[in-house]
Write a protein that binds this ligand. Structure first.
Ligand code: ATP
Ligand code: MG
Length: 573
């Protein structure tokens, strides 16, 4: 490839609205261009990186027995209605109607279509199977952001395992776990595998692969001394112990004028209402049901835990008017004492607590001496508490760190939800029918590309790992207008190509400074610089992009030298 004939629209300056490093560098390096919000065109250099990521993923999924499919992106509404997700998934699904007024959706994911095809598997002898595709997904994300990290149209490798039983699913899940580690390592990423919430996908367990980055949108808790790692949507920690009296007198209402917050109550009544002696009462509308959610005063609610525990599809905090109508008071004076006509869900840190303070459901009044088990009708006890950095790990007491990560992959144990819905079952040896046990496993290609940039860059630009670089080497001529240099450049370019090196030849008639800056921005792993002086003495410069270290190498040896350097970087199976 010659730079002079390539479309590599590099930008000198940072685009105004690009905050994430990967967004900025992929735009500046000429890899992508925005078409509309959360919607990008991938340009030739971007496509080359994408192809390498594609190949790595394909090789590793093929190696665990995956068979590649290509399913439609346009789905008839019926299949989504059959699984129940037509209603379950809200505005994130793009929907449309055809000329005959039939309803369609643009594929958000493909469990339904694969489960439908799995209906043709009839005997246990045909299992296990691993099916996958690398295909476009559409999601009307509420907040597309950070360039290609969160977009509305993207490519996903999605695989699906089909097994007779849970043990088969466990094995397929482990195979994917291993393949994902190899895939990401080959891309130059070292994600951490964390316990995750399965959200709307359902199923019994899921693991996310998280790359540490300030541009991430997930928060991860990891223990400093054991291998506990979990998304905060699921993470647990040890609760600080509180010693309560053995018994407390009857609850007593007391005036708390103008007091609306945990802190104000603690400041106003330091003897009785320190935050860990308060009950925080939140009111949610969970699938149209007004519900009281109780946590300890010094704790925060982790909303996803509430959704997961209740299987809620649509949740929102109740509006003040709704709360006033249901409980007779406004936020700031709410509590669960005596509430029997609304469900009450509470966090276990409140279990058995005595001598607590909570709102009296009357503006400007609270109750003291609350004995939770005695005075509040808790319908369900579920972990609702958000963990905080520095808390002790629930497993070994080590200190939890909480950091931001980019989710590059997610593997789910789905179970039989989709096979039952779509009628995919097999017969065992004695002729009994069993719904196929499924797993589903995703990796975002463009997000992976951006995650590599987030992990591999410096102040000059991207530093691509060889295995996913758009080209392995850039050959840069200084004084390209000098006929000797041009001839020397052509000769070296040919030798590099013959050695099987993926080289781009920067033969442009630009100043060296411009060429170097472009090469560093775009991030080719190695640069060879050839100029009139070096040519005369039979030397070139070899610059390694990581660290920008330059050495002089003989013109005769440089190709062999590069072949040696690239072998290690290319990786492969
Ligand atoms: P997120 O929580 O970030 O929205 P998700 O849990 O919805 O992700 P999955 O449904 O598990 O994601 O999709 C599998 C993979 O597809 C993700 O791990 C990610 O790499 C990629 N992906 C998901 N949504 C997007 C998006 N909007 N833009 C780019 N890649 C995405
Ligand atoms: Mg999502």
């Amino acid at each position: 490839m010659r730079w002079s004939r390539s479309f590599i629209p590099t930008l000198r300056d940072d685009p105004a609205d690009a905050e994430a490093v990967s967004h900025r560098l992929l735009l500046r390096g000429g890899f992508v261009r925005q078409l509309s919000a959360g919607h990008y065109s991938v340009l030739p250099l971007g496509r080359r990186v994408y192809d390498r990521i594609y190949r790595i993923i394909k090789e590793e999924i093929d190696a665990i027995g995956g068979q590649q499919f290509h399913l439609p992106a346009l789905h008839p509404a019926e299949i989504w209605k059959k699984s129940g997700r037509w209603d379950l998934i809200g505005e994130e699904m793009f929907r449309l109607v055809d000329r005959k007024r039939a309803e369609y959706a643009l594929g958000f994911t493909h469990e339904e279509v694969f489960a439908l095809l799995a209906g043709e598997v009839s005997s246990y002898r045909q299992l296990p199977q691993i099916w996958y595709q690398i295909q476009t997904k559409f999601r009307d994300e509420p907040r597309p952001k950070s360039g290609v990290l969160r977009v509305r149209e993207f490519t996903m490798k999605d695989s699906y395992s089909l097994d007779l039983d849970q043990a088969g699913l466990d094995a397929a899940f482990d195979l994917h776990h291993g393949a994902y580690e190899r895939i990401f390592r080959r891309m130059g990423l070292l994600p951490v595998a964390v316990e995750a919430s399965s959200g709307a996908m359902g199923g019994s367990g899921s693991i996310e692969f998280m790359v540490r980055s300030a541009a991430g949108e997930d928060w991860i808790a990891t223990c400093g001394s054991c291998d506990y790692r979990a998304n905060v949507e699921r993470a647990v920690s040890r609760v600080s112990e509180v010693v309560d009296p053995d018994s407390v007198p009857e609850t007593e209402r007391f005036a708390t004028p103008e007091i609306r917050t945990i802190k104000a109550l603690a400041d106003g009544f330091p003897d009785v209402a320190v935050p860990d002696h308060q009950i925080k009462t939140l009111v949610y509308i969970l699938d149209d049901v007004l519900t009281l959610v109780l946590i300890r005063g010094d704790h925060d609610l982790q909303e996803q835990k509430l959704l997961d525990a209740t299987g809620t599809v649509k949740a929102r905090p109740a509006h003040p008017e709704e709360i006033q109508a249901a409980l007779g008071a406004l936020p700031g004076s709410l509590g669960g004492v005596g509430v029997s006509d609304h469900p009450v869900i509470a966090d276990p840190a409140l279990r058995g607590r005595r001598g607590m303070v909570t709102g009296a459901n009357e503006d400007d009044f609270h109750f003291r001496n609350v004995d939770v088990d005695r005075d509040i009708q808790v319908g369900r006890w579920v972990d609702l508490r958000a963990v905080k950095a520095g808390e002790p790990c629930a497993i070994d007491g080590g200190t939890l760190e909480v950091w931001k990560g980019i989710e590059v992959g997610h593997i789910f144990k789905l179970g039989t939800k989709y096979s039952v819905a779509m009628g995919a079952s097999v017969q065992d040896e004695v002729g009994d029918a069993h719904p196929i046990v499924m797993g589903s496993y995703g990796i975002g290609l463009e997000r992976s590309m951006a995650a590599v940039v987030e992990s591999c860059h410096d102040e000059k630009g991207i530093v691509w790992p060889v295995a996913v670089a758009p080209h392995e080497v850039v050959l840069t001529t200084v004084r390209a207008d000098d006929p000797t240099v041009a001839a020397g450049g052509e000769d070296l370019y040919r030798r590099l190509l013959e050695a099987g090196i993926d080289v781009i030849y920067d033969d442009r008639a630009e100043r060296p400074g411009v060429k170097f800056a472009d090469a560093e921005l775009v991030g080719f792993p190695y640069r060879i610089t050839l100029g009139p002086k070096g040519l005369a003495s039979g030397m070139v410069e070899l610059t390694t992009r990581a660290g920008l270290v330059t050495e002089e190498v003989g013109l005769a040896e440089v190709v062999e030298r590069l072949v040696g350097l690239l072998i290690a970087g290319r990786g492969g199976r």
